[in-house]
Design a protein around this ligand. Structure first.
Ligand code: HEC
Length: 134
C-alpha cells in the first residue's frame, strides 16, 4: 500500500514536470532569458551612440549566442526557425561591421536586427492568438 502511494506521488510529480508552462520557475527563467536580449540590444545601441565598436561587437555577439540556446527554441515551427536564422544573420552583420570599425554599417545592421526582433514577436503573437481562438 505504501509503495502504491509513493508511485502515485511520483506519477503526479512527473506530470507536473512535463505540463506545458505549468511550472512557475520555468516561466520566470524564460522571462529572464528573453529580457537579456533587450539588455544586450540596448548595449549595442549605446555602443553605436558613443562610437564604441568593442561594446557593439561584444553585445551583438552575445545576442547571436543567445539565439543558439535551448531557451530560445520556444516553438518548433519552420517559420520560427527562419526568424531565428534571420535574426542571427543580422546580429552577425552587426558584429562584422563593428569589427571593421564601420559605424554606419553597424548602425544599418542594428536597424535590420531590431526589425527581426519585431518580426518574430509579431509572428509569435499571431500564432498565440490563433491558438487562443481555437
Ligand atoms: C526568433 C524569434 C524571436 C526573436 C528574433 C526575438 N525574440 Fe524576443 N521573444 C520571443 C518569444 C517567443 C518571446 C516570448 C516568450 C514567452 O513568453 O513564451 C519573446 C519575448 C521577449 C521579451 C519579453 C520578455 C518578458 O518580459 O516576458 C522581450 C523584452 C524580448 N523578447 C526582447 C527581444 C529583443 C530585444 C529582440 C531582438 C534583439 C528579440 N526579443 C528577438 C522570440 C523572439
Amino acid at each position: 500500500m505504501k509503495k502504491l502511494l509513493w508511485l502515485a506521488v511520483a506519477g503526479v510529480y512527473a506530470i507536473m514536470c512535463v505540463a506545458p508552462n505549468g511550472h512557475a520557475g520555468d516561466r520566470d527563467t524564460l522571462r529572464v532569458f528573453m529580457r537579456a536580449k533587450l539588455d544586450h540590444s540596448q548595449k549595442v545601441l549605446e555602443g553605436l551612440a558613443v562610437d564604441d565598436m568593442e561594446m557593439v561587437a561584444k553585445h551583438s555577439q552575445e545576442l547571436a549566442l543567445l539565439s543558439h540556446a535551448a531557451n530560445w527554441q520556444v516553438m518548433q515551427t519552420e517559420d520560427y526557425l527562419n526568424h531565428s536564422l534571420e535574426f542571427r544573420r543580422s546580429a552577425n552583420a552587426v558584429t562584422k561591421a563593428a569589427r571593421e570599425k564601420n559605424l554606419d554599417g553597424a548602425t544599418l545592421a542594428y536597424v535590420s536586427m531590431t526589425m527581426n526582433c519585431v518580426k518574430c514577436h509579431k509572428y509569435v503573437r499571431g500564432i498565440r492568438m490563433a491558438d487562443a481562438s481555437k
